[in-house]
Structures are given as structure tokens and as C-alpha cells.
Design a protein around this ligand. Structure first.
Ligand code: NAP
Ligand code: ZN
Length: 356
């Protein structure tokens, strides 16, 4: 049994997103059936819609920063009730028994996690479709609670931008006395600043954009460094314990490595692909420094991050759009023209005459 659902999809790497009707399964005993209220727009949605990583399957319904309301639950669901506000991020399932899953690190599932869109369901083999749609169904193990008090639209980006920056901050034990730098002030970057600041770190932004300085300070940055200004880069040599690099495309890492302190780590979360130009090992060897990578975060860690955000009054800075504006939003995102996350109000999908 399936249900017809409205959404927006890309039909190929070169076509704009357009209305699309597709099928969702009826809830299984462990499933939560969710009406989607808001969905954040991640740069990964754009990479996937354009097949930048080479593994997109079309039609593709993007969206993995999902906030919704529970409308039904399967007979075995114990953690959720109809009417509650819940979230779904980048994954909807994993093998549940490999070494990574057993540690709550489902994002590193050895068998590969089931992504919220563009994957095949582990049980029925149906394609998964994301949050640019009116409803979604997922096993309760991959659904998180949205704590009371968080603005629902502003909380949507926490499900990817929030957890993707929170996970390395926690893994590298950032806290009081830590010096953290963030490269790029976009969706991920602005969450990294807010979260690092709330963890009591001293926070620096590396940016190409001089006009973002005031915003960066308002968001919590103690310092702003223009990455193309060699004098400013020299001033922060040997400074940072952790650099979170959110740049979405190839860029030279060499200017950043001397700014790491002894034992410091630059963690890539933005670029998925080859590093170019090549990275010199000299600062790595002479300063026992590391270049690392990190992907999203586990489900328990995502719930911890949401609870932390509720306790600290943290949400994303957002610009709410209608689903019909999604292609223009992608164009603006390519120009880094968003402050600092687009969030789709999914009520717009119900607008007269605009359904598929
Ligand atoms: P975004 O909102 O577009 O922000 C990216 C920022 O990077 C821009 O605001 C800009 O900041 C900087 N930037 C853009 N182009 C650049 C260039 N050519 N050279 C140097 N800096 C540049 O993107 P996002 O949603 O934060 O996502 C960032 C990346 O993370 C994407 O590639 C996305 O796919 C990836 N991602 C990874 C994970 C993961 O789990 N690892 C999760 C989510 C997203 P300034 O103007 O300040 O320089
Ligand atoms: Zn994302």
C-alpha cells in the first residue's frame, strides 16, 4: 500500500526543480508518518540536484532539514505521539549492527546509511525522496524530537547544518579555552560560529567576503580574518586548535595550515572530492597537525545538539521562501547570497494551482 504525495523534484542534472507526484509507503509498525511543515535548503541539495557528486538518481526530491508534525504512528512506535513536532535529517536508516552503528555513529554505517533522498529503502527497495514534499515516513529510530520553545522554521537547518558542525566540535572536544576557526560564512559556517561560541570557545571566521564581518561578530565571532589578506593570515599563525572548513568547492588549504596550533586539526566538511592544489605535508609534520573530514552526526548526537540549542536559545538565521521560489534560491546560494539559510514553508505546496 502506498500514498500519493506532492513535492518538487529535479528530473535531470540540468533541469529546474518542478512539481512532482510520487508514492510513499504506508507506515510499517515502527514508522512515524510526518506532515512536513518546513524544510531547510542545504548546499548539498544543490550538489545533488546538479549531480555534482556523480551519484544522483532522478527524479530527485531534495531536502534533509525536515521539521514536521506527527500525523500517525505504527503499532510498535513508542517514542512519538500524534501531534508532536519532530525532525528528520540526512539519514532515514542504517544497518544497526556494524561497529559504527553500535556506537551511535549511524552516519558512518559500514554498510552505508540510507539517505533521506536518493537512496533505496533497505526493506522494500523503493527510492527515498526528501523533504521538499508534503509528508515523509521513517522508522522512529531516525526521527528526533524538536524541543519545545525552538522556533520551528529556524530549527530546520539544525538537522543538517547544525549537526554537521556540532559533531566535529564535540569530537575534537571544543570547550572553554579552545580556539576555533570557521572557513566560510554560509549555512554551515554560521551554525559553526553559534555552536562554538555557545561551547565557550574563542571563535574566528575566515571569509572571502569583507561585507560579512559585522554579521559574523553579531553571530558570535570574536575575530574575522579575510582569507585573501596575507598580513591578516600571518597574524593568526599557530593559533587554532580546530578549523572547520565549510567551503563547498576546491580551494587551497595551504594558507590555512600554518594557522593551526601544535596538534591542531583542520576538518573538512564542505568539499567532497579531490584536494587541489595538493597539500604540503611540511606544516603537518613540523607541527603535528592534521587534515581530517567529518560527515553529519549520529541520531543520539543530533538529539543532544537539539537539546543544547533549546537550552541556549540557538536557531538558524533564515530566509523563509515558498517552494515555488526554490530555483531562484539555488541561484542565489551559488553566489553566496543567503543570510544564512533558506527554509521552505511547506504550506506553499498547497497553494491553489501549483500542485502537480
Ligand atoms: P553555503 O551556505 O553555500 O555556504 C558556503 C560558504 O562557503 C559561502 O557562504 C562562502 O562563505 C564560502 N564559499 C563559497 N564558495 C567559495 C569559494 N569558491 N571559495 C571559498 N569560499 C567559498 O553552503 P552550506 O550549505 O553551508 O554547505 C557547505 C558545504 O558543506 C557544501 O559543499 C555541502 O554539500 C557540504 N555539506 C557537508 C555536510 C557533511 O556532512 N560533511 C553536511 C552538509 C553540507 P564566505 O562568503 O564567507 O567566504
Ligand atoms: Zn545538508
Amino acid at each position: 500500500m502506498t500514498t500519493k504525495v506532492h513535492g518538487f523534484a529535479a528530473q535531470s542534472a540540468t533541469e529546474a526543480l518542478a512539481p512532482f507526484r510520487f508514492e510513499r509507503r504506508d507506515p510499517r509498525p515502527d514508522d512515524v508518518d510526518i506532515e512536513i511543515l518546513y524544510c531547510g535548503v542545504c548546499h548539498s541539495d544543490l550538489h545533488m540536484a546538479h549531480n555534482d557528486w556523480g551519484w544522483s538518481v532522478y527524479p530527485l526530491v531534495p531536502g534533509h532539514e525536515i521539521i514536521g508534525r506527527v500525523v500517525a504512528v505504527g503499532s510498535q512506535v513508542s517514542r512519538f505521539k500524534v501531534g508532536e513536532h519532530v525532525g528528520i535529517g540526512c539519514m532515514v536508516d542504517s544497518c544497526q549492527h556494524c561497529a559504527a552503528c553500535e556506537q551511535g555513529l549511524e552516519q558512518y554505517c559500514e554498510a552505508g546509511n540510507t539517505m533521506t533522498y536518493g537512496s533505496r529503502d533497505r526493506i522494500d527497495g523503493m527510492m527515498t525522496y526528501g523533504g521538499y514534499s508534503e509528508k515523509i515516513i521513517a522508522t522512529e529510530r531516525f526521527v528526533v524530537k524538536i524541543p519545545d520553545g525552538l522556533n520551528l522554521a529556524g530549527a530546520a537547518p539544525l538537522l543538517c547544518a547544525g549537526i554537521t558542525t556540532w559533531s566535529p566540535l564535540r569530537h575534537w572536544r571544543v570547550g572553554s579555552g579552545s580556539r576555533v576557526a570557521v572557513v566560510g560564512l554560509g549555512g554551515l559556517g554560521h551554525m559553526a560560529i553559534k555552536l562554538a561560541k555557545a561551547l565557550a570557545a574563542e571563535v574566528t571566521l575566515f571569509t572571502r567576503s569583507a561585507d560579512k564581518e559585522a554579521d559574523a561578530r553579531r553571530l558570535g565571532a570574536d575575530h574575522v580574518v579575510l582569507s585573501h589578506d596575507e598580513a591578516q593570515m600571518r597574524e593568526v599563525r599557530n593559533r587554532f586548535d580546530l578549523i572547520i572548513d565549510t567551503v563547498p568547492c576546491q580551494h587551497d588549504l595551504n594558507p590555512y595550515l600554518p594557522t593551526l596550533a601544535l596538534d591542531g586539526t583542520l576538518v573538512l566538511v564542505g568539499l567532497l572530492g579531490d584536494l587541489a592544489p595538493s597539500v604540503s605535508s611540511v606544516p603537518l609534520i613540523l607541527g603535528r597537525k592534521a587534515v581530517a573530514g567529518s560527515v553529519i552526526g549520529g541520531i543520539a548526537e543530533t538529539q543532544d545538539m537539539l537539546n543544547f540549542c533549546a537550552a541556549h536559545g540557538i536557531t538558524s538565521e533564515i530566509e523563509v521562501i515558498r517552494i515555488q521560489e526554490i530555483n531562484a534560491a539555488y541561484e542565489r546560494m551559488l553566489k553566496s547570497d543567503v543570510k544564512y539559510r533558506f527554509v521552505i514553508d511547506m504550506a506553499s505546496l498547497k497553494s491553489h494551482g501549483e500542485k502537480a
